[in-house]
Ligand binder design. Structure first.
Ligand SMILES: *Cc1c(COP(=O)(O)O)cnc(C)c1O
Length: 400
């Protein structure tokens, strides 16, 4: 699959229709589900060469499975990576990427202070007790990021392309350079942006992490993750993965691959819907504040214009209901008829989430307030429905 074709084309074709060695054999149009834990050859000498890495091939599913490999090829293709490892969840992918970064580097991580809740828990409740310290920084304040990097040696910097739920955007490219100067890698969670909006490896990151559960699989039926790597990071990543087996099963790999074929179409519509809904919310008298990457008054507007493609500003919109606390937000959520109250994002259906009881539940109210996550804040991820129906549902749920 040629890299120069457009992403929409590569999403449909990459990874599929491998020509078998025997050219007379048929070629399946889409990669089938290979439900097999091991693979054998006509002669043992070939298996020996495959196990010894002298020849490419499949031997055991913890190492490689053809369905998963096809998905990994697609993912690497979409983000310009040298390879990828598809994992059993987004969090498994995050752990794998951070472990690979830590392997032969200082046992310290410089992390964005706005992170997905479970990533924060991974740093403080898993890595910290194992002796890996994390320092936290406002990732949108580049001068402070650079100062921190100069002050202490880190294995890596970790951040999200678009943060949750306030949708802040840091300067990935400049941070990648600053990190590299100090021997640290950059690990970017690109789940919210997707390869349509950002390709972190092209901006200098070593690992781009995804929860494929979200936009890439896109239909609310898969739990999965992926790490996409540049050439330097790949040997460490795959060596670790072959030992620990954090990998995605063939059924989920198949579903994710199927989802990716329509992901560019879905994402375009989802971004367009978010743009319309953000404008509608801005004009609504019952809404105090709207967080949206397409807002010209966004605190990172200059970075967004510089790093994200024109017209694609993401499918997420967060907003505060004026004067609302827990009770009023519960009432709003319970009145939604079309919008699904699911604790996820990136699906074909529009999803609403209340961060105070979901993604940021484990934080004390004061901590949440310090991050700017008030009790009236709701996160919306737009689906592919007709936007007028979504707005009508929000309107009736917000009415007195
Ligand atoms: C969902 C999510 C994760 C975790 O992914 P899982 O597939 O639920 O393990 C990590 N980062 C972000 C930004 C997410 O939205």
């Amino acid at each position: 699959m040629e890299k120069k074709m457009k992403l929409e084309t590569r999403a449909v074709h990459a990874g599929d229709r491998k020509q078998p060695a025997n050219r007379d054999a048929f070629v399946p149009v889409t990669t089938p589900i290979y439900a097999s834990s091991s693979f054998l050859y006509a002669d043992t000498a070939k298996l020996d060469r495959v196990l010894g890495h002298e020849e490419e091939g499949y031997s055991y599913a913890r190492y490689e499975n053809p369905t998963r490999s096809a998905l990994e090829e697609t993912l690497a293709n979409l983000e310009g990576g040298a390879g990828a490892v598809a994992c059993s969840s987004g969090m498994m992918a995050m752990e794998l990427a951070l472990q690979a970064a830590l392997m032969d580097r200082p046992k310290a991580i410089l992390a964005a202070n706005a992170l997905y809740g479970a990533t924060l828990s991974l740093l403080t409740k898993v890595f910290e007790p194992m002796g890996v310290e994390s320092d936290f920084v406002d990732i949108c304040d580049f001068d402070t990021v650079r100062a921190k990097l100069a002050y202490r040696r880190y294995a890596c910097v970790t951040m999200e392309t678009i943060s949750n739920p306030l949708l802040r955007v840091g300067e990935i490219d400049r941070i990648a350079v600053a990190a590299r100067e100090q021997g640290a890698l950059l690990v970017v969670d690109n789940t919210f942006a997707t390869p349509m909006l950002a390709r972190p490896l092209e901006l200098g990151a070593t690992y781009s992490v995804h929860s494929v559960t979200k936009f890439l699989a896109g239909h609310g039926d898969v739990l999965g993750g992926a790490v996409i790597s540049d050439a330097d990071g790949l040997p460490g990543l795959t060596a670790l993965s072959r030992i620990t087996g954090p990998v995605l099963g063939p059924f989920e790999s198949y579903l994710t691959m199927r989802g990716i074929k329509t992901f560019p179409l879905r994402m375009e519509r989802q971004c367009a819907n978010a743009c319309r809904v953000a404008a509608w919310l801005q004009a609504h008298p019952g809404i105090e504040k709207v967080h949206y990457c397409g807002d010209p008054a966004h605190p990172d507007a200059a970075t967004i214009r510089r790093l994200l493609p024109q017209g694609l500003r993401g499918a997420l919109v967060s907003f505060s209901i004026a004067g609302a606390g827990r009770e009023q937000v519960f009432r709003f959520m319970d009145r939604l008829k079309l919008v699904v109250r699911g604790t996820s994002l990136g699906d074909v259906h529009t999803l609403a989430l209340y961060p105070a009881i979901a993604s940021h539940r484990d934080l004390a109210p004061k901590q949440r307030a310090r991050l700017g996550i008030g009790d009236g804040l709701v996160r919306l991820c737009l689906g592919i429905e007709a936007v007028d129906d979504i707005i009508a549902d929000l309107d009736q749920a917000l009415s007195e």
